[in-house]
Write a protein that binds this ligand. Structure first.
Ligand code: MN
Ligand code: MN
Length: 292
């Protein structure tokens, strides 16, 4: 199992390095997402979730639809969040670049918050103390952590298992155990420090089977149950199998019936810009092993 976590992590390391070449003015986000996902697969991994490319005030959950013409512009804060898995053992990792410019303090704030968190992590540490360290680091740069986004435990075929790692100090925490696997992901912003849902949804997850009358929705559901029974999937992936505008209606039907979960695009409440850095780690008695 740990070898599979490591292998999934090695794949993300390669892809992160390669995708940096595409992170420049004029590249389409669609091209980036397709590159990341195809490369994970060509390196022998499977997709743990759709590649998220979230720009500026968008924190997460933006995975371009097939018709997306969005391009990168100079000065954009671009967060690339990617995940691979081997046999359900997931590597979840993310980084931020500013297009056409040098790394700045808001990017450093998230990076240093993650480094500080990683240096204190070992079995027996309370997640609340990790949150406090992340908060303190980000505030020392003059930014705010995003209080309602968290790191999370990973389990086989489970991207967001029970336990979370906060990005702020919390009243009650969880004591980390030897051998557990977590994704830690500080977010820094010059905005509100809280994210809200946008109406847009490009990423979904299967929840439960229910009878459904609408023909296309039934076909889409059968495909989802066969191919994405556990992990999140993109509207874009289905668009390749179910072309045309009716897919949207079918997905809405499945959402309304509680059959699939919708990951709405998340943005800062005051439309501040956001940076993020994320690694997956294996908790050990005397520290942690970073897999990504
Ligand atoms: Mn992630
Ligand atoms: Mn994550």
């Amino acid at each position: 199992m740990y070898d599979e976590y490591r292998k999934a992590g090695e794949i993300t390391k390669v892809v992160k390095k390669e995708v940096e070449l595409l992170l420049k003015e004029g590249t389409k986000v669609l091209e980036i997402a397709e590159f990341v996902e195809n490369r994970i697969k060509s390196l022998g991994g499977e997709l743990a979730f759709p590649c998220n490319i979230s720009i500026n005030e968008i924190a997460a959950h933006y995975s371009p639809p097939i018709y997306d013409e969005t391009m990168l512009h100079r000065g954009d804060y671009v967060k690339v969040d990617l995940g691979s898995h081997i046999n359900g053992y997931i590597a979840d990792t993310a980084f931020t670049v500013k297009i056409g410019e040098e790394k700045d303090d808001m990017i450093r704030a998230s990076e240093e918050a993650l480094e500080n968190a990683i240096s204190m992590i070992k079995a027996g540490v309370n997640t609340s103390d990790i949150g406090a360290k992340i908060e303190e680091t980000i505030k020392s740069y003059g930014f705010k952590p995003i209080e309602n986004l968290n790191g999370h435990r990973l389990a086989q075929n489970d991207l967001h298992a029970d336990v979370t790692i906060p990005n702020i100090a919390t009243d009650e925490g969880y004591i980390l155990k030897d051998g557990e696997v977590f994704a830690i992901e500080p977010f820094s912003t010059n905005g509100a420090g809280r994210v809200i849902d946008e109406d847009k949804v490009f990423i979904f997850k299967y929840l439960v089977n229910r009878p459904i009358r609408l023909g296309l929705a039934r076909k889409v559901l059968a495909d989802i149950r066969r191919n994405y029974p556990d992990l999140p999937f993109a509207e874009r992936w289905l668009s390749k199998k179910f072309p045309g505008r009716k897919l949207d209606f079918a997905l809405k039907t499945l959402m309304r019936n509680g059959i699939i979960y919708n990951y709405n695009v998340l943005r800062d409440e005051k439309r501040g810009s956001i940076t993020q850095k994320e690694h997956t780690v294996i908790i050990r008695k005397d520290g942690c092993e970073v897999t990504t």
